[in-house]
Design a binder for this molecule. Structure first.
Ligand code: FEO
Length: 394
């Protein structure tokens, strides 16, 4: 049972999920996560910002009990995804006088998803405020981070921003505030890559919008609280706005060693030309790590053998993921091997329709690679080095 004060009268009342290892049946959580919920007590009214995953609702209710909270006026639903809204029905059961505040789009989602009465949810416009007496909450609509209905809540007098998922990190830690910036940077970058990167243009607009606010603390709903907001704001600006870097990501899979041999040679050829390479064996890798590597990369080269006339399913999955995450890549290519033919290149290239990338000449070899194949890989490495140089990717 923990409830900790981040500002006078503003308490963290969430739950830490040390043991969770998968989110949405998709995203690996090597370091667990937290569901941060915050209680704000004003001179006249009390607000709860976001709740917790329903699996941990008891923690939230215990924390509120421990603080002696016998009524809550507003439950702010910044986001409808169940890890933040899923305990709202339990909060309403315990505090039946509460009103939920949400964006109009979020209201519909909450009613549909949680099966709660429509009249329990009041909508708030962008820029609208609610007074708690001596404290004011301002609602800032920040759509598409990473669902369409999202908003942030700003506590004006304390200059605290509660942006829910935005700027968050999947990190279970007993530190209330960021204590180890290196560790949090990595977790936040992974989170950005997996969850926010596909919405980069919306993130860009929302970052611009937040420039108008003086912020002393960013209290997200996953991971530790930022008491040095520039740390995460600068990181986001770099991930969103900076050009790609002189990096090639090589996700690959090999069945009998031919593709692996090609990858070894190719990676060596890239490194000799001053390119940073991040190589991932798809049979064993953590796809979250691969996603993170895409944030800054200029080029992806997928390595795959041909299976049943097409790419290996692991390579197809990685390619699908690259396409879905929409990184700021500029170039892609494919290398690999085949036994007697197939449509590996056409199939993989056809899976990249969301990306504005140039597809560089693929290198496929029959059987085990020989001198001519290694020379073709060298030529691909030279082309990539030239393209990166011409574009000024450093
Ligand atoms: Fe942490 Fe989009 O939920």
């Amino acid at each position: 049972m923990w409830q900790r004060e981040i500002r006078p009268g503003v308490h963290w009342v969430g739950a830490i999920d040390w043991d969770r290892r998968l989110f949405d049946a998709l995203i690996p959580l090597p370091d667990g996560t937290s569901y941060n919920s915050y209680l704000i007590r004003g001179s006249e009214k009390v607000a709860l910002v976001d709740t917790v995953d329903p699996t941990m609702k008891q923690k939230l209710l215990e924390n509120l009990n421990h603080l002696g909270i016998d009524s809550i006026d507003y439950v702010i639903a910044n986001h409808a995804e169940p890890d933040h809204s899923g305990s709202i029905p339990d909060v309403l059961d315990r505090y039946p006088g509460s009103t939920i505040l949400a964006t109009p789009r979020c209201k519909g989602m909450l009613v549909d998803r949680l099966v709660i009465p429509e009249e329990k949810v009041e909508t708030v416009d962008d820029g609208e405020t609610v007074s708690l007496g001596d404290r004011t909450l301002e609602f800032i609509h920040v759509p598409w981070v990473h669902w369409p209905e999202t908003m942030a809540t700003y506590l004006r007098e304390e200059r605290v921003l509660f942006p829910c998922d935005f700027f968050g990190s999947h990190l279970a830690t007993s530190d209330l505030f960021v204590a180890d910036e290196g560790r949090v940077y990595e977790a936040a970058k992974r989170y950005y890559a997996e969850i926010m990167m596909p919405f980069r243009s919306n993130i860009e607009r929302n970052l611009e919008k937040l420039k108008g606010y003086e912020i002393d603390i960013i209290a997200c709903s996953h991971g530790p609280v930022y008491d040095r907001p520039d740390f995460i704001l600068d990181a986001y600006r770099s991930w969103v706005f900076d050009d790609p870097r002189n990096i090639v990501v090589v996700p690959y899979v090999s069945m009998h060693g031919s593709t692996r041999r090609m990858v070894e040679h190719f990676v060596g050829a890239l490194v000799e030309r001053g390119i940073t390479v991040q190589q991932f064996d798809l049979a064993a890798t953590d796809v979250g790590k691969m996603a993170m590597s895409l944030v800054d990369a200029a080029t992806v080269v997928v390595g795959t053998p041909t299976v049943l006339t097409g790419p290996h399913p692991a390579a197809a999955y990685a390619t699908l993921l690259v396409n879905a995450l929409k990184p700021k890549l500029r170039f892609v290519s494919i290398i690999g091997s085949y036994g007697w033919g197939g449509k590996t290149v056409e199939t993989l290239a056809g899976m990249l329709s969301s990306l504005k990338v140039e597809v560089l000449e693929p290198v496929l070899c029959k059987g085990f690679p020989r001198d001519a194949d290694f020379e073709a890989l060298d030529r691909l490495a030279v082309t990539i080095a030239e393209k990166h140089r011409e574009n000024g990717f450093a």
